[in-house]
Design a protein around this ligand. Sequence first.
Ligand SMILES: *[C@@H]1O[C@H](CO)[C@@H](O)[C@H](O)[C@H]1NC(C)=O
Ligand SMILES: *[C@@H]1O[C@H](CO)[C@@H](O)[C@H](O)[C@H]1NC(C)=O
Length: 293
Amino acid sequence: MLYAGKLCKLIVLIVLIGSSKNLLVKVISRKPCWGILRDYTQGKLDYLKWWAIGLSEGEGSFTSSNGYPRFQIELNKRDVSVLYKVKRIFGVGKVYLNEKNSTYMYIVTNKANLLRVIELFNGRLMLSKRQNQFKTWVGLFNKCYGTNIKVNSFEGDCKEVINNTAWLGGLIDGEGHFGIRMRGKAYEHRFFLYNKGEIDLYRIIGNVICLTHGGITGNARLSISASVNKDTVAFDNLIGYLTRFPLQSTKRVAYAHWLKALRILKDERNQKTKKGVIKLLRAVKNVNQYYPK
Ligand SMILES: *[C@@H]1O[C@H](CO)[C@@H](O)[C@H](O)[C@H]1NC(C)=O
Ligand SMILES: *[C@@H]1O[C@H](CO)[C@@H](O)[C@H](O)[C@H]1NC(C)=O
């Protein structure tokens, strides 16, 4: 693996030195660099690349401007640092403020920059909606820049990538939600991931993070809910995953409060002390502050 990674870097270097247009296109369309990315647990960079892919699956968009392809991710202003992180990971692009709606936009344009984006995504997108978008978009790229890049479908083992890379963490940073509500007299912890029409993939995600708990509805809304007591294990896999692959956006703040409330609820002694109850109420309020209306 390490050797493949080095070889790949070498090829890229040779291509850069030679800067031959045709060779570059050929190397990219032959999907190199698996060596680097497949070795996902090694080193922070690979970790973050998978995270950026997961985030883009949720929040990215392969779009166009004046007929030319453009890649963008739009986030609420509180997550502007996430966009700068993405920029560092991709090594290209710019972050802009949309004055009108106070969102921030990470935008990549021009041939050389977009080639890097394409190289990272090609063969590694798992959501069928994104795969289709990407295919059409690379078609536009080829037309605009006279290239002949072939789009590869995802060929890895979905389950392995979901469980063993930060891809899912990126997706959760994009569209995961943590909440707590009252049900009768008990607090119920909830976690959701929503993505219309990706039911097969969401089943796999469901298997990885909740096994027998929770469920998936017809339009691919994965949810796990549970009233917590000391025996509740419903969230163990999700928590295990997020401990190995921590969230990078402000959602990690909501998650931290959610986890705190969960731990307080799991220890019944806390609920009998005034201090414990106050801590719990504060944590619940803090989680729900981030919960979408
Ligand atoms: C915010 O403004 C930008 C630029 O005008 C636009 O492209 C984008 O779609 C807007 N986003 C939302 C959520 O309205
Ligand atoms: C996910 O990975 C963890 C840690 O390696 C492992 O303990 C767990 O069994 C895996 N889960 C699945 C569903 O593969």
